[in-house]
Design a protein around this ligand. Sequence first.
Ligand code: LRH
Ligand code: MN
Ligand code: MN
Length: 395
Amino acid sequence: MTAGSSKDAVKAALTTQALETPSWAYGNSGTRFKVFAQPGVPRTPQEKLDDAARVHAHTGVAPTVALHIPWDRVDDYGALADHAAKRGLRLGTINANVFQDDDYRLGSVTNPDPAVRRKAVAHLLECVDIMDATGSKDLKLWFSDGTNYPGQDDLRDRQDRLSEALRTVYDRLGDDQRMLLEYKLFEPAFYATDVPDWGTAYAHCLKLGPKAQVVVDTGHHAPGTNIEFIVATLLREGRLGGFDFNSRFYADDDLMVGAADPFQLFRIMYEVVRGGGLATGASGAPGVAFMLDQCHNIETKIPAIIRSVMNVQEATAKALLVDAEALSDAQRRGDVLAANGALMDAYNTDVRPLLAEVREESGLAPDPLRAYERSGWQEQIVEDRVGGVQAGWGA
Ligand code: LRH
Ligand code: MN
Ligand code: MN
């Protein structure tokens, strides 16, 4: 699939795109100031899957759900995978969590204390065991590790410790499993984060081997960062493992993807299409994982997730509509305005009717949000579920 293909090819590409929703987006969440509990939120990992199944039922493109351990800890992961399968879902990426334990005050895998490092690595290895049980292919690693004050710890030693931990976990992966390494500029570390940017993540992945890939969380950059350039570069190098999609106005806001800056999302998706990132996933090879990583603190969660899925689809459709021939012709001629115009023409196209057609052709309602509203699910869960769980940040 290349940019600017015929309407039928665009529609076909849209039906093969799959988006992964995060279990934690279905539970309660908040800021450091307040968690606003919502009625009807899931009380168990199973109920999170029940909600995710509604998102997939109405959009048709959200068949997998990312788990976060220990937020989604259960006794029997095989049974959880069965629960998902009965609802037409699969368990997706396993997210490790080495950032909510008192022992990790000075870091997890980069902690100066070897006993703490061993504990962190043991958790990461446990996550690979869980992948074996669930059939998950991707292990996503994000480390809150870093320092708050210059001199607090040795920056180079911390990279060595990180490298050693990653190697141990990488060597434990099965042939069809990947390690997705996520970077984040700052927070909770405020002076130096140990994996602060794509360059650091890429350097570690290169050293580890082909199963180590970089994850771009769209909320993890400094304001003004050209994220699509990072995406283009990682794709060229064959190291773009996936996205954690969300929107940011200020820092790691975790708002709905495409809400703050739909144009940026379009530019990112254009580079994905341009670099063949949609096609690899569709052909069955481990391609770019399109995941959401969001928290819906004040808005109703399931419709917010449906809206987010639709926003990614709209950006993807626009990216696919770019007239590649007109664009490269203008670029070769050095016609700046025509080249920019070719991108903007696609961006300014209203793709909602096209997506409505795609859904109707797959037997879905044209408007997933209206369909969800009419389904009665929201009223049902509010009635049935009392005492929903927090997603995990304060848990
Ligand atoms: C860190 C992060 C990472 C975590 C998730 C809950 O900010 O983006 O992906 O796993 O939030
Ligand atoms: Mn993330
Ligand atoms: Mn984040």
